[in-house]
Design a protein. Structure first.
Length: 209
């Protein structure tokens, strides 16, 4: 009888452990909102920052936010973060893996307040690069990964539509200069673009919906 009780308790423990693990694997946007309070100074609580130096997180894909926050951290065995940013290193390092998932779930569930294209003169050039690429330079069309409306692909490519043009431009320049190193594809693409081309395509994606 005692042996049977022990087996039942052991089985119950396994069931509970499995349930707890399953529960922990599901991100909680409600908890994420509380965690987002530390992000609000730059990104606003709803992920729509008032300043173009900071990216719009509202409506961004969950997996992409998780990846970036993880890349901002120095991982075990590494001497530097995969995506180096002193400010974000400080914030991301405060978050547990669970909090990263929760805050990503929260921001991805928010509605983006999209930016707008600002440079009418660059519109056609940006449109051409985004939709058709630059064959002479070996630059593929941006639509191949990010889609015609800039919506991206969850789990693979980030949403670009409606992002601040200034932020998008800054990231392309960072990829080209090797300052941002956490995406080999974008490093290769940006290396083939001139300042004028980067500015044009960054401005164009801001107007995508």
């Amino acid at each position: 009888m005692k042996s049977m009780k022990l087996k039942m308790l052991a089985a119950l423990a396994l069931v509970c452990a499995g349930a707890n693990a399953q529960q922990a694997s599901h991100p909680d946007p409600v908890k994420g909102q509380a965690t987002a309070a530390i992000c609000a100074a730059c990104h606003n609580l709803d992920g729509n920052p008032a300043v173009s130096a900071f990216p719009k997180l509202a409506g961004q894909h969950y997996d992409y936010i998780v990846k970036q926050l993880t890349n901002f951290k120095v991982q075990p065995g590494a001497t530097a973060a995969e995506r180096e940013n002193p400010q974000m290193l400080g914030f991301a390092s405060l978050l547990t893996d669970e909090q990263v998932r929760d805050v990503a779930a929260y921001f991805s569930s928010q509605k983006q307040q999209p930016a707008s294209a600002l440079n009418k003169d660059a519109y056609e050039l940006g449109k051409k690069i985004y939709r058709a690429g630059i064959a002479a330079k070996g630059v593929a069309a941006c639509t191949g990964c990010h889609g015609p409306s800039g919506a991206g692909v969850p789990g693979q490519f980030p949403r670009l539509g409606g992002q601040w043009p200034e932020y998008a431009e800054a990231q392309l320049v960072a990829f080209r200069q090797g300052v941002r190193k956490n995406n080999a594809i974008m490093t290769d693409v940006a290396a083939r673009l001139s300042d004028t081309e980067i500015k044009a395509v960054a401005d164009y994606v801001a107007g995508l919906r």
